[in-house]
Design a protein around this ligand. Structure first.
Ligand SMILES: [Mg+2]
Length: 380
């Protein structure tokens, strides 16, 4: 099996209702999908997280040509050659996101070639479904947030979710009000996590953590700078809320320091950014040395979502116990047509659970014919 061509697809969709979080506002969603086609007619799909025009250029102009002619099933050596070729310019960020997209596409091909769903190829036992948490409760809009969030909470509970994540980062006092409000909307039994997207100093994050500890917070995500494990340790020493982070970190080399210092309780590599499934498995192996949970950040199209799900399905909980905490994976519920409109068979979501696909590969059947209305640029 040899790679015949590599195509990139930059997709864009304006949002009906723009929304924001502590760092910026979204008025559109974008996706950068990669298709790796083989000489014998198979096509594997991958996705890069981050600025789509940039990652598309990296794949089209730099990394894609290095993949042509290679056996896509020889993923370990392929990954190392891409990383070695780019390490002088980009050990983190968009370069790794571009490698991730190619890596995911190669895993899709390898599983298709083996005739098995990807999560099975990655070593998982047969599974039916995995519980997920609702990522939503963003800022923005004219309406009072409490009014909108109460409606969103009802939708969330009605559709069977029992774990949610809300945004914080609007100032400690306002955040504390909103945590209290959302807890009252969802009740005491629902797992409630908060995500500041690194909006705070350690002092502010500690203040917020202490104000909301009584509301049973499942984890506090990105309380402080993603560049500063020491700041996490300062927060961790002053609260009993577990800390989560890692969506802005890349490769085993980047995560190593976080695990050695025990700065986080939940590691959240994004499979479309951290280096793909190949690197995600190495990050998870390092996390297991420190007894740290890994639960991937996932905020992309159906392709990225499927990659995260297959990866996560194959990760044993660390450390082992007969009575483990439920595995929880992210389920972005913000507006995004690319979760459904561009695939034949989106991964089934029901009663707050992802149902693992049984078709070979990623199991979602991407439909490039449906890209038309969204296509900004098609490169090859
Ligand atoms: Mg986050």
């Amino acid at each position: 099996m040899r790679v015949r061509r590599v195509d990139t697809f930059h997709l864009r969709a304006p949002l009906q209702q723009p929304f924001s979080f502590s760092q910026f506002s979204y008025s559109l969603r974008e996706a950068m999908l990669v298709r790796v086609s083989t000489e014998d007619g198979l096509a594997g799909w991958g996705e890069a997280y981050g600025p789509a025009a940039v990652t598309a250029t990296i794949v089209r102009e730099f990394l894609g040509p290095l993949v042509k002619g290679r056996d896509p099933r020889a993923i370990e050596s392929l990954w190392e050659s891409l990383f070695a070729r780019s390490i002088d310019y980009g050990q983190k960020g968009v370069m790794l996101a571009a490698i991730s997209a190619l890596d995911i596409a190669c895993w899709d091909l390898k599983a298709q070639d083996a005739g098995t769903p990807l999560y099975r190829l990655l070593g998982a036992d047969a599974l039916e479904s995995i519980e997920c948490y609702w990522t939503g409760f963003y800022f923005g809009g004219q309406e009072a947030l409490e009014t909108r969030w109460e409606r969103e909470a009802r939708e969330c509970l009605d559709s069977g979710f029992r774990a949610v994540k809300m945004k914080v980062g609007q100032g400690v006092a306002r955040d504390a009000e909103l945590v209290a409000a959302l807890r009252s909307f969802v009740g005491r039994k629902v797992k409630l996590s908060i995500d500041a997207n690194h909006a705070y100093t350690p002092t502010e994050a500690i203040d917020l953590a202490r104000r909301v500890e009584g509301y049973g917070i499942h984890w506090f995500e990105e309380p402080v700078s993603p560049l500063d494990p020491q700041a996490y340790l300062e927060v961790k020493a002053r609260t009993n809320i577990p800390l989560a982070g890692g969506e802005c970190e890349y490769t085993r080399f980047g995560f190593d320091n976080w695990f050695r210092s025990r700065a986080i309780d939940y590691a959240q590599p994004d499979i479309c950014a951290c280096g793909g499934i190949t690197e995600g498995m190495k990050i998870a192996a390092l996390a297991s040395l420190a007894g740290i949970h890994v639960t991937p950040h996932a905020w992309g199209s159906a392709v990225g979502q499927a990659a995260a799900l297959h990866f996560y399905a194959a990760r044993p909980r660390q450390p082992f116990t007969l009575t483990p905490e439920t595995k929880l994976i992210e389920c972005d519920r913000t507006e995004n047509p690319f979760r459904t409109a561009i695939v034949q068979s989106p991964i089934e979501l029901s009663r707050g659970r992802w149902h693992l696909p049984s078709a070979p590969g990623l199991g979602i059947e991407v439909k490039p014919d449906e890209f038309g209305p969204y296509l900004v640029d098609r490169g090859n």
